[in-house]
Design a protein around this ligand. Structure first.
Ligand SMILES: [Zn+2]
Length: 139
């Protein structure tokens, strides 16, 4: 289903940002973080949920962005990945899994780490750490 280079990108992603990919999010937490990140990085994103186990970013008909996360198995890494696509698309007019996307992802994850979401904020729950492995991004 996935081309080789894409699989490699996801694999590297999950290694590079391992803590984030182990950090499960409830729908409420995901929405709160998604709002914070889209405000900070100045992108427009609508967040939806589906039964599929993948994360998806796509352009809406308005040219802005939609993020779809897997219901019941979202994690911070996947959310950051999709937000990175939104920034890549809306600020740089680019798409795909490449070095530029990785640099954006570094910034997004770096921002989350700097803000210590999982230490300071009640929106993240440490106890839910291990349910999200297996979720994969389509774009
Ligand atoms: Zn992707």
């Amino acid at each position: 289903m996935f081309e080789g280079y894409k699989l490699k990108f996801y694999y590297d992603d999950q290694k590079l940002y391992e803590p984030e990919y182990h950090m499960a999010l409830s729908e409420k937490q995901a929405k709160a973080i998604c709002d914070k990140l889209s405000r900070h990085f100045k992108v427009w994103v609508w967040l939806g949920w589906h039964k599929n186990k993948m994360g998806i970013y796509r352009r809406s008909w308005t040219g802005k962005g939609e993020i779809w996360l897997p219901q019941g198995r979202a994690d911070l890494g996947l959310l950051c990945h999709e937000i990175s696509h939104a920034i890549h698309h809306q600020k740089y007019h680019k798409r795909g899994h490449n070095r530029q996307l990785r640099r954006i992802m570094d910034r997004v994850v770096g921002y989350c780490r700097k803000k210590n979401y999982w230490q300071k904020s009640p929106i993240l729950n440490f106890l839910e750490l291990d349910c999200a492995i297996g979720a994969q991004a389509v774009e």
